[in-house]
Design a protein around this ligand. Structure first.
Ligand code: HEM
Length: 204
């Protein structure tokens, strides 16, 4: 019989789905602008720019909500590395590569005290504390170009910022694909998705 543990409070669920929708909009409009060919646009260029700008501003606000929420609730403790993280990453990777196919028990069972396994923790910290902040900061400079009117190694700083923004956007897209795949590894392929709606994580 599977039991259920309450892991995702309402504010995390609201933040998460807002963030997910905004990221999807940003990725679609970002790709559309990147590969825009005036003869075959994915969507009208001016629409893509406006939607991307608005979604970007909303994402920055919702990110602030995530940071404040983690500072003032116990959720923040899940975003700190513990001693032995490197070794634990290997143990979890070995489990995903071999153990899971031999029906072994997960090496880091999910609990209220520790809701992420080491690989989840690593990827969530990397995306939320490194990649998304860099996307937001570079996005702010692209939105207010006068803030960055200087040259780096003979190149316009704005050009370098644009490249950083695109690369980080690519990493968010990559994270999303891997994230979706790993979310299907639960009691059933859909149980983790359900848990982000109900708040209750189902475990064996
Ligand atoms: C369609 C898009 C998405 C879906 C369906 C989705 C699904 C899920 C699910 C099911 C969980 C809970 C289960 C688990 O942790 O394995 C989760 C957690 C999480 N997701 Fe997503 N996700 C999406 C997009 C994103 C994006 C774009 C980001 C970040 C840029 C993100 C960041 C996170 C984080 C940080 C958590 C842990 C939240 C916490 O409990 O503190 N997700 N996601």
């Amino acid at each position: 019989m599977n039991d259920k543990v309450y892991l995702y409070p309402v504010w995390i669920r609201m933040w998460h789905w807002t963030n997910a929708c905004l990221c999807l909009l940003l990725i679609i409009t970002g790709i559309s602008m990147q590969y825009s060919d005036p003869s075959y646009p994915m969507m009208r260029f001016d629409w893509a720019v406006s939607i991307h700008d608005i979604a970007g501003i909303l994402l920055a606000v919702s990110y602030l909500g995530f940071v404040i929420g983690n500072l003032f609730t116990t959720n923040g403790k899940h975003y700190r590395f513990r001693k032995g993280i490197i070794k634990n990453l290997f143990i979890q990777a070995r489990y995903y590569a071999f153990g899971i196919f031999k029906n072994e028990k997960p090496p880091f069972p999910i609990s209220k005290e520790s809701k992420f396994n080491p690989l989840q923790k690593f990827s969530y910290i990397a995306v939320m504390h490194l990649i998304v902040p860099v996307v937001i900061i570079s996005g702010i400079f692209l939105f207010f170009p006068v803030l960055l009117n200087l040259e780096i190694f003979g190149n316009k700083a704005l050009h370098t910022t644009d490249i950083i923004h695109v690369i980080m956007g690519f990493f968010v897209s990559l994270f999303l694909l891997v994230h979706l795949y790993f979310c299907t590894i639960g009691c059933t392929p859909v149980s983790n998705f359900k848990s982000m709606f109900t708040g209750y994580h189902e475990r064996h």
